[in-house]
Design a protein around this ligand. Sequence first.
Ligand code: HEC
Length: 141
Amino acid sequence: MKKSLLSLGLASVLSVVSVASFADSAVMNDVTTGIEAKTGKEIYQTVCISCHMAEGKGAKGAGQFPAFANNMRLMAAEYPAYIVLYGQKGMPGFGNYLDDDQIAAIVNYIRTSFGNDFKPDFTPEQVAKMRKPDADYGTLD
Ligand code: HEC
C-alpha cells in the first residue's frame, strides 16, 4: 500500500520534471523548474495531491500522509516551507524542482485551504533565506 501510493506520487511528479537539468546548480534561487504550475492550487494539484489527497485530508493505512485540514503545524509558515524544500522521511524534498515563488505559493495555499485560515503572507524572499548554498534537497529518482 505504502509503496504503491509513493510510486504513484513520484510518477506524477517525474512526468513533469527533468531531473538531470538541475544537477549542476549550486544555488537554486534561479532554478528554471520543470514543474510549470504557478499558483498554489495548480502546484497542489500537480505535485502534492497524489500523497496528501484532494481535500488535504491525508491518508492513513500502511502509509501515513498527514492531513492539512485543521493542522496547527501550519501556523508557522517556515515549517511547511522547510518540509517542501528539504523533505522529511517519506516525503521527498522539492527544493530542486520548485522555485522560491512556487514554494511561497504552495505554502500560502495549504495555509489558507482545507478549512485553514492562516495569513497568506509568506514571501519568496523568506523562502530564499531558508535555502543554503550547498543544500542537498534530494532528488525524486
Ligand atoms: C510522495 C508523497 C508525497 C508528496 C508528493 C508530498 N508529500 Fe508532503 N508528506 C508526505 C509524507 C509521507 C509526510 C510525512 C513525513 C513524516 O513522516 O515526517 C509528509 C509531510 C508533509 C508536511 C508536514 C505535515 C505535518 O503535519 O507535519 C507538509 C507541510 C507537507 N508534507 C507538504 C507537502 C506539500 C506542500 C507537497 C507538494 C509540494 C507535498 N507535501 C508533497 C508525502 C508526500
